[in-house]
Design a protein around this ligand. Structure first.
Ligand SMILES: [Zn+2]
Length: 183
């Protein structure tokens, strides 16, 4: 009997075909000696697959295809990976750039004021800071903007020491000298 005598629908069917006599209905695995359908329950399934690949390549291809398309253990692994690190993102608290700027501005013909900005980025109370500067330098000091303090007098150079001394969280590298600025 030739292959051509089987109609296409019949040929696609798995298992024994009508009119064909199979000498062996069940194929046994050379590794675990079980019918190959049961190999996947055998602890050394990998060895079974190796045997299958070598001795029954057609069966091996079918097993491989089932593993790749089936919703077995592999799919669970994928799901676990998806739920992992993606949710562990740590939210950064520091959204504002922490930076102090110091500048000097002329006041009248001979005098200068010193302008301090950025203390608020370190969550420092500006009123407290202004009062501190006033006491420290024995001069007028006041909050003049949302994050700005003006000290009466040229104390810019002193502030590079005074500020990190008073607020250790402010590293001297975070203090920028803007030089002389017109106001
Ligand atoms: Zn086996």
């Amino acid at each position: 009997m030739s292959e051509n005598s089987i109609n296409p629908a019949e040929r696609l069917k798995l298992g024994p075909r009508e009119g064909i006599t199979y000498p062996l209905m069940v194929k046994y695995c050379g590794n675990c000696s079980m019918p190959i359908e049961y190999c996947e329950y055998y602890p050394e399934y990998e060895k079974c697959k190796a045997w299958l690949e070598k001795n029954l390549p057609e069966q091996f291809e079918r097993v491989k295809l089932e593993e790749e398309t089936g919703d077995g253990v592999d799919d669970d692994k994928k799901r676990q990976k998806r739920g992992g690190k993606g949710l562990m993102k740590i939210k950064k608290k520091e959204e504002v750039t922490k930076r102090i700027t110091l500048s000097r501005a002329p006041r009248g013909k001979k005098k200068s004021v010193t302008v301090v900005t950025g203390l608020h980025t370190f969550e420092i109370d500006l009123k407290v800071a202004a009062k501190f500067f006033g006491t420290k330098f024995a001069c007028g000091s006041s909050v003049t903007g949302e994050d700005e303090i003006v000290i009466q007098g040229d104390v810019k150079d002193d502030l590079f020491d005074v500020i990190p001394d008073k607020w250790p969280e402010i590293d001297v590298d975070l203090i920028e000298d803007l030089g002389d600025q017109k106001r």
